[in-house]
Ligand binder design. Structure first.
Ligand code: ZN
Length: 112
């Protein structure tokens, strides 16, 4: 458990087509794929979905245009001083990512 005053803060946020690029006050830089963020969405709906058994695969798998397009974020808004709300291109926008979660995602994504 880190002491709150030792938590790194955001230096800059940049977005590209596939990922979020984060620079931290302690010098670390992370790239997190939007897809990863969408899969790790912390909202109640997504948390519940992740706990359910996976649905059986469809007999026909016809992609809708919005599913074929690569998932990305369309907007990101600060929520207070320590969190960001992300609007994803699939229309989902109820996930609020804390800086701590972004840091954890960045660290796990970048050590793979
Ligand atoms: Zn969600």
């Amino acid at each position: 458990m880190r002491h709150p005053t030792e938590e790194p803060t955001l230096k800059s946020l940049k977005a590209d087509k596939e990922s979020l690029l984060i620079s931290w006050s302690d010098g670390a830089t992370h790239r997190i794929l939007w897809r990863t963020m969408r899969e790790e969405c912390p909202c109640a709906t997504c948390r519940q979905k992740r706990n359910e058994p996976p649905a059986p695969p469809p007999v026909f798998n016809i992609l809708k245009p919005e599913e074929a397009a690569p998932l990305r974020a369309t907007a990101m808004f600060p929520v207070g001083n320590y969190a960001y709300q992300v609007n994803f291109s699939d229309g989902h926008n109820s996930g609020i990512f804390t800086l701590e979660q972004l840091r954890d995602l960045g660290e796990s994504e970048n050590t793979l």
